[in-house]
Write a protein that binds this ligand. Structure first.
Ligand SMILES: [Fe+2]
Length: 318
């Protein structure tokens, strides 16, 4: 496989399990195309054409030296200067894959946050409410990522002559979909918040993270609280959403939220509206999504070397 083929596969896998559903993703791309076509010449020249086929602004090929075949990749959650130097030192690494966005994908992280509104609407929150709340959050994220030195690691990869890409929301979609399916399957067995913690700890990534004291934790509510309707909603969509959503969640029948991570401000809001919050763990959750993608690469014969917080678990037999 080439770097381009690996990237295309990541986007395809992410789209196949997108929590919005295939139809909504299709109409999102159609809307983007319509917007592009309505632009004048000057704005068209600045437009990121990748957006016409790829709904994930936070995942991009950052450096592609057009190698014929990728044999071994170094993969981690955050891949920056130290990891790129490590890749170079190893001498047999053809491509570095980061989970968290870098370069233009980091600068445009906010664009993917808007997808959270559609996901919320699938769980019964009216789209007009979800959309209006998420719009404010999109502009907040856009401003907060703007001062970063976005291209620092990308520039380094170029100097080191390394292929480099980041795969963020496609991997997060894989994790979110994996957990959503599991919750649906086990729905009848889930009674309390601690039942969900037990369910999560049965997943190898979370089990391993628990040994590092970074496993699933209750951030709001209590172990013996009834869990009510459980959603693994704060797994995908770039970064955390609007803190004002918890009030709406409580009105529309959601009892427990499983997320990757949560700010104190968000946590307090969830608590105020009686929503139980389980934080599954950041690195373990990012690992789960990346692992489901990396399995597909290993099946193609690519060697995967994990680093930077990635807890590698394989779910296939050779
Ligand atoms: Fe993450």
């Amino acid at each position: 496989m080439t770097t381009q083929q690996i990237y295309d596969l990541a986007i395809k896998l992410g789209m196949a399990v997108d929590l919005r559903g295939a139809e909504k993703v299709k109409s999102y791309l159609a809307r983007t195309k319509k917007k592009y076509e309505s632009l004048d010449k000057k704005n068209k020249a600045e437009f990121d054409l990748e957006k016409l086929n790829n709904p994930y602004s936070d995942s991009r090929i950052l450096v592609d030296n057009k190698r014929k075949q990728i044999k071994k990749i170094l993969v981690g959650v955050d891949m920056e200067g130290p990891e790129l130097l490590l890749a170079k030192q190893m001498s047999d690494i053809d491509l570095v894959i980061a989970h968290h966005p870098e370069g233009a994908a980091l600068a445009d992280l906010s664009d993917v946050v808007s997808m959270q509104a559609q996901v919320m609407s699938n769980y019964g929150i009216p789209i007009n409410i979800a959309e209006s709340l998420i719009k404010l959050r999109v502009s907040e994220v856009s401003r907060s990522t703007s001062p970063a030195n976005h291209n620092r690691a990308v520039d380094m990869a170029k100097v080191l002559d390394l292929d480099f890409m980041c795969v963020h929301t496609p991997a997060d979609n894989l994790a979110a979909s994996f957990l959503t399916k599991m919750l649906k399957k086990k729905e009848k067995e889930l009674d309390t918040v601690s039942d969900i913690i037990d369910l999560l700890k049965a997943i190898p990534e979370y089990n391993e993270a628990a040994k590092y004291k970074a496993g699933p934790m209750i951030f709001a509510g209590a172990a013996d609280n009834s869990c009510g309707k459980v959603i693994a909603i704060e797994f995908t969509g770039g970064t955390s959403g609007s803190k004002d959503i918890y009030e709406k969640m409580s009105h529309y029948g959601i009892g427990t939220v499983i997320g990757m991570h949560m700010s104190e401000e968000h946590r307090k809001e969830a608590e105020k509206y009686h929503i139980n919050v389980i934080i599954a763990g950041h690195m373990a959750s990012d690992s789960l999504g990346m692992n489901l993608f990396l399995d597909e690469l290993e099946k193609q014969g690519i060697k995967v070397l994990p680093t930077s917080g990635l807890i590698r678990v394989k779910r296939f037999k050779k």
